[in-house]
Design a protein around this ligand. Sequence first.
Ligand SMILES: NC(=O)c1ccc[n+]([C@@H]2O[C@H](COP(=O)([O-])OP(=O)(O)OC[C@H]3O[C@@H](n4cnc5c(N)ncnc54)[C@H](OP(=O)(O)O)[C@@H]3O)[C@@H](O)[C@H]2O)c1
Length: 248
Amino acid sequence: MTKLSGKTALVTGASRGLGRASALALARMGAQVLVHYSSGAKEAEAVVAEIRKAGGRADTITADLSAPDGPHKLASQVRAVVGDRLDILVANAGISKSATIEATTVEDFDRLFAVNVRAPFFLVQQLLPIMGKDGSIVLLSSLGAHAAVGTLSAYAATKGAIDTLVKYFAAALGERGIRVNAVAPGIVATDMSNFAKTDEGQAFALGIQSLKRLAQPDDIGGVVAFLASDDARWISGDTVRVDGGSKL
Ligand SMILES: NC(=O)c1ccc[n+]([C@@H]2O[C@H](COP(=O)([O-])OP(=O)(O)OC[C@H]3O[C@@H](n4cnc5c(N)ncnc54)[C@H](OP(=O)(O)O)[C@@H]3O)[C@@H](O)[C@H]2O)c1
């Protein structure tokens, strides 16, 4: 018996990066995991295969979360797999764009907010009818919402919106027993933070961190799984920094 056995979880953007690490961590703790992807079908199937090989339960599920009805379509697929009970939602899928204020286009701005803010908002809305009591919702914020890091103003604003949603969602859903939190990673070695894999990028990351190594997706996935678990039963409405002590 592990901490999340009998629980069902959806992780969006679980084909790679932090979503993949979160899905694997939740599965290790015994949850049945829905591994959502958009373009990375093969990668998502590999995550499911890894979970099943270790004796866990997982399925892939797909939707484009940049589309206005993406969350609605995803929620109906979730209901088709888990029926009327989802215990854990990790709204992780996201995009970033580094651009100066002058170079940021309306199209980039709208796409960032569509995927990073609109989609999690409506996914929560659409899944609420099947979120069980003692449910846990984990959203992905970012160090960038709390400190200026490079030319990321539009992206960082989407994460500031996530921190705000965490508070409002937690306040509204507490009476149903549902907890809502976010994790705010710093720079993590994923496709999104590809620059961190260069010497210059690594030096930048280590320069702003207290801990002197580059973060790996597992460093975040374990905290997501903790927040989803009963060990975090008295944490709600918080954004947890998981950034190796960045920009202290
Ligand atoms: N990496 C970092 O340094 C860092 C730091 C702070 C916060 N974060 C946040 O952590 C989350 C995960 O980041 P990551 O680094 O793991 O990113 P990543 O490696 O680029 O992976 C992004 C994931 O989001 C999915 N996705 C992207 N656009 C989508 C769309 N339109 N519809 C549905 N799914 C979509 C991708 O699915 P497909 O590949 O299947 O298309 C992929 O699984 C994001 O919210 C990000 O903002 C990351």
